[in-house]
Design a protein around this ligand. Structure first.
Ligand code: SDX
Length: 426
């Protein structure tokens, strides 16, 4: 394997080190390129550019492999649960029982939000999108929980517990406020997911009956959403975090990026697409044809990295088969989704572009079956993704190579010209 890459520019040859990852990925370290040659690289959308070296998550897009700290996602989905996997992502190892209890204690201690924060929710108009509320309320945690400049590891642990626990509480409070019901406070007698479901769906006049299958399905959704290496929102967290911005504002930036319909917002788009097909009685085949003819997007399909099946989509599809069999949870939109997948995966338009179902294609069906309103789906994705964002934030802070992220550009604007007084302008 060459440990150097040679680049010849203007008749001169330069050599740059080749970095090889533990899974054999190869990168050319061009950190000295501009200083030595005056050239920069250009890579719209960063499809060929590594922003960092990371030990958290490995994806092989061609083989459909996803591993958190080396453990295959399929094994974690079968044997682990969200909070344990969150610990693995953040600290690099599965917790022993003592570490797990300490972590759980921290999460419980942080489950309440400052009571004065309840006033913030009153300021939002009815019908405000829950992601607009989540983004701003999470960032405003900085006003209620000041963060000192030089955080030590103990400070980091408090922040991590605060964010993991309070984003869940904020989501439930914003939902209750949006439907005009009294807030249900967290209970430390309940585990993380049960606690969230109870805050969402219990009320002073009726207890919420926890369905173990729904709890397991939501826990699995959070686990599968927990990290995905340098995706758009995680890269946003690293970008904002690299300036040493306040961690609550940094996670607020990550939530904002996740909201985009090409990213985490796709889970809401998929359900709305399935509802449109159902309500207009469009045949899935006709819908796919329209997508192809109009060069539209089959939401929940395609991925920048996976050019094969997204392993998370396969797991969630299996979850749909089991959960939606339960009485009262059957959903005809699942059949529509299955038909869309069957048609697309026989169609060269999708196969030639290596477009397969991604994590968002089936996940909305699980969330809908659990009783969540569609406009909360990306909020749920954010709750799942917080451990990944925080793991990358910690890794970046402890990486001696970290510097403020500041990409270059190729300027294509006007060359130098003089100011023209207004009376002389056309
Ligand atoms: C997530 O990065 C991550 O890891 C993200 C994520 C995570 O866990 O963090 O996995 C979560 O965001 C999953 C993706 C959810 N988004 C969607 O489902 C939205 C629909 N998908 C597309 O918008 C698209 O596939 C992206 C955004 C996911 C990827 O975009 P790329 O890599 O920039 O691909 P592209 O837009 O350049 O597409 C290449 C070709 C184009 O056709 P041509 O110009 O070659 O003719 O494929 C076509 C695109 O038009 N195409 C699609 C399509 N996605 C791409 N055509 C139809 N339906 C689609 N869904």
């Amino acid at each position: 394997m060459p440990d150097k890459a040679k680049i010849t520019l203007d008749g001169k040859t330069y050599e740059y080190p080749v970095i090889v990852g533990t899974e054999g990925e190869k990168a050319i370290d061009i950190s000295a390129l501009r200083a030595e040659t005056g050239y920069i690289t250009l890579d719209n959308g960063y499809g060929n550019t590594g922003s960092c070296q990371s030990a958290i998550t490995f994806i092989d897009g061609d083989k459909g492999i996803l591993r958190y700290r080396g453990i295959p996602i399929e094994e974690l989905a079968e044997k682990s649960f969200f909070i344990e996997t969150a610990y693995l992502l953040m600290y690099g190892e599965l917790p022993n029982s003592q570490d797990f209890d300490t972590f759980s204690e921290r999460l419980n201690k942080s489950s309440l939000i400052h009571e004065e924060m309840m006033n913030i929710f009153a300021g939002y108009p009815k019908g405000a999108h829950p992601m607009a509320v989540l983004t701003s309320v999470v960032a405003s945690l900085a006003a209620f929980y000041p963060v000192k400049d030089n955080l030590d590891p103990a400070d980091e642990e408090v922040i991590i517990a605060n964010l993991m626990s309070q984003i869940r509480t904020i989501a439930a409070v914003s939902y209750k406020k949006s439907i005009g019901e009294p807030v249900v406070y967290p209970s430390n007698k309940l585990k993380f997911v049960e606690n969230f479901l109870n805050m969402m769906f219990a009320s002073p006049v009726k207890d919420y009956q926890l369905d173990p299958d729904v709890v397991k399905a939501l826990d699995m959704f959070f686990l599968l959403s927990a990290d995905h290496e340098q995706n758009c929102s995680t890269s946003t967290v690293r970008m904002a975090g690299s300036s040493l911005a306040n961690i609550y504002a940094v996670i607020g930036a990550g939530i904002s990026a996740l909201w985009g319909k090409l990213h985490g917002g796709a889970n809401q788009e998929v359900i709305e697409m399935l509802e449109q097909i159902r309500d207009t009685r469009t045949s899935p085949a006709a819908f796919v044809d329209a997508i192809k003819n109009n060069k539209g997007k089959l939401m929940g399909f395609g991925h920048r990295v996976y050019k094969n099946f997204d392993p998370r989509a396969k797991i969630i599809k299996g979850l749909c088969h089991s959960l939606l069999k339960k009485p009262g949870l059957n959903d005809p939109m699942f059949d529509i989704a299955l038909k869309l997948e069957e048609i697309a995966l026989k169609d060269d338009y999708f196969l030639s572009r290596k477009l397969y179902p991604n994590v968002d294609f089936y996940s909305g069906l699980i969330l809908k079956a659990a009783g969540f309103p569609v406009n909360m789906f990306t909020v749920l994705f954010a709750i799942g993704r917080v451990p990944g964002w925080l793991a990358h934030w910690r890794e970046m802070r402890h990486d001696k190579n970290t510097r403020i992220n500041r990409p270059r550009q190729v300027y294509q604007g006007p060359t130098q010209r003089a100011y023209v007084p207004i009376e002389k302008r056309k």
